[in-house]
Design a protein. Structure first.
Length: 130
């Protein structure tokens, strides 16, 4: 089992450069030929990190946990205790996903109710950065 988790960890580490390249422009300032960063860029950075975690790491982690629980279910079909524990892990993972994305939907709804008409309610595109 340790070899299995070591292989998964190695695969995750090796895939990090591709994941980071996917979300490379976290902030659009401070680079060559770009304007200097301001306070709104700090908020945009925080927002981009939150979105990146919500859209990349949470689904990857949930998929990995569900896959491991499913593999355990397949390996120990005869053992009812392992089967029940794996079902519980899958159920808790799905409940966690519903809570995470439900909370994000509530925040977006609250911003919309307050009259924000921009694209992403947490992105400060309409703020003029110096």
């Amino acid at each position: 089992m340790k070899k299995f988790f070591s292989a998964i960890l190695l695969a995750a580490i090796l895939s990090l450069p591709g994941i980071v390249a996917y979300a490379a422009p976290l902030v659009e300032c401070g680079g060559a030929g770009q304007r200097l960063c301001g306070i709104c860029d700090l908020f945009n950075l925080i927002n981009n990190i939150i979105l990146y975690v919500l859209m990349v790491f949470v689904p990857l982690g949930a998929g990995l946990v569900i896959a491991i629980a499913g593999i355990k279910m397949l390996i120990d079909r005869e053992n009812a205790e392992v089967w029940d524990k794996s079902k519980e892990i899958i159920l808790m993972t799905v409940i966690g996903l519903v809570l995470i994305y439900g909370a994000y939907a509530i925040v977006i709804t609250m911003f919309s109710a307050m009259g924000y008409t921009g694209g992403n309610p947490l992105k400060f595109d309409n703020v003029n950065c110096p």
